[in-house]
Write a protein that binds this ligand. Sequence first.
Ligand SMILES: C[S@@+](CC[C@H](N)C(=O)[O-])C[C@H]1O[C@@H](n2cnc3c(N)ncnc32)[C@H](O)[C@@H]1O
Length: 212
Amino acid sequence: MLSKYNIVTLFPNLIEAWLETGIISKAHDNDLFNISTTDLREYGLGDYRQVDDAPYGGGPGMVLMPEPLDNAISSVTSDINIFLTPSGKQLDEPLIEELHTFKSANIICGRYEGFDQRIIDIHSDYQISVGKTVVSGGEVPAMFLLEAMIRKIPGALGNSESLLTESFTDGKLDHPVYTRPEIYKNMEVPEVLLSGNHKKIEEWKKNNLRDI
Ligand SMILES: C[S@@+](CC[C@H](N)C(=O)[O-])C[C@H]1O[C@@H](n2cnc3c(N)ncnc32)[C@H](O)[C@@H]1O
């Protein structure tokens, strides 16, 4: 399983704060995975530790320069280098499974207008998008990818049965779920779920899986 991650980022503090929350924090405390960060700024050039420059050919914004990224990525040896980019392959369950056939990964977070293409050409094993929209940096996509990866590591979830029934398993979306109270704003929990009849409950759950 892929359980050793190094995140190359201009904002390591975002990743460190996230590591201290919920299931991720517990799994981390239990040494189920290992995360380090590489601060791209430390590899910046000159007195100002420059990491970006204007795009050749003109256009808006700045582009991440190849040299700082090259040195930052090369500072940690991993099985694969994953670049986060909106133009990458869309993340889905088969891709998560494929990534879990490796043991360690560098996850590279972009900012501004993205990476100089040459650094992708040199280092990229995977280019991954977490959705068909654009956010300002790769850190939120990295956390999204990491959560999707880490919850598959045995022991990471309190109840590993969740993995067998949740959305996208077996090509379906999960059924609706309910908890107390039985009636909320005149809306009742489906009777069968209160019946104690396990066979009927399982049938109801199966029939209420939704299509993707
Ligand atoms: C503002 S975006 C760059 C967008 C780029 N100019 C484009 O249009 O494809 C800055 C960085 O955020 C990250 N990012 C933004 N949206 C993403 C997505 N949907 N999936 C993965 N990474 C994303 C990437 O690392 C990207 O380099």
